[in-house]
Design a protein around this ligand. Sequence first.
Ligand code: TXA
Ligand code: MG
Length: 329
Amino acid sequence: MMSSDVLILDATSASIRRAAETLRAGGLVALPTETVYGLAADASNVAAVSQVFSVKGRPADHPLIVHLSKEMDLGDWAQDVPEDAYRLAGALWPGPLTLVLKRHRSVLTVVTGGLETIAVRVPAHPVAQRLIEEFGRGVAAPSANRFGRVSPTSAHDVACDLGEEVDLIIDGGPCEIGVESTIVEFGDSEVSILRHGAISVEVLERVLGRRVRVALDGPRRAPGMSQSHYAPATPLELCDQDEVSWRAGEYVSMGLRVGVVSTRSVEVAGTVALWHAAGDVVTFARSLYRWLRQADAAELDVVVVTLPPDEGLGVAVRDRLQRAAHRSE
Ligand code: TXA
Ligand code: MG
């Protein structure tokens, strides 16, 4: 439940200065990004970064993403940066793309979960940019949810999950994209996607002029990805758009509290909630986590969800839904 003591501030210049002060003092600030809200700490402060893990309830071997402003130098955080990484950064930063690189020896191992690599991203949200610039150093920022819940896409979601355990929440409005960044890793000879996001395989391949591998669940996957930590509490059942009415209808006839998330508008008598994205995958991605949180809040027995087409942003949405549904099987 949301605590009345949680401090949520509009994204004014004064509150951004205050947030930078909080980070300097070793505190935690929830900040809006274009993907989801992040829980930021000074990436150079061991105690502050450790606090992120304890507030989230996140295992210590799940590394964090370091967020930089456009003006900051990647070379302070990573070494032996491949040409392909510079090419992607040049074309797609600031934006929803995280690069996994060899870590600079000065990077704290608490940030990287003990790995020799570091994940880095330059977020596009103007409030995130201004805050990191004002702070003047990189911030480690996982999604600002409690471990085991879906990522927060509004200041309200953050407050519900973390309450007063976060020193300050900057409200930048609802997140534009709504699913977490695309994560890319560089091998000796190939470039791989570790997590799908708004930057699609096609876009990466266009920038690089070569094939990009998808390696979501292999031995080198992003730690935490194969577990169902993209899942709501409510069980999900995935289906195609043309099946959704009868599937949901079956559950209604069993006396269950049923919700429907669908790509297009549908009519099903007796459902508790109907959410739909009017055929638009951008709206679907932007709204999905909010809908899943609403399903949990309404204590539904099941949500029947239709998958968007397997292309562009739809690939990331399908990926998160498949992970979320896995838990409920
Ligand atoms: O869009 C996003 O990326 C959001 C916003 C706040 O920027 N952040 C986010 O952070 O989703 P988080 O901590 O919830 O997810 C980070 C993912 C995890 O799956 C983690 O395992 C992976 O990034 N990761 C971090 N460092 C890594 C590394 N060195 N190698 C492989 N995967 C890494
Ligand atoms: Mg997360």
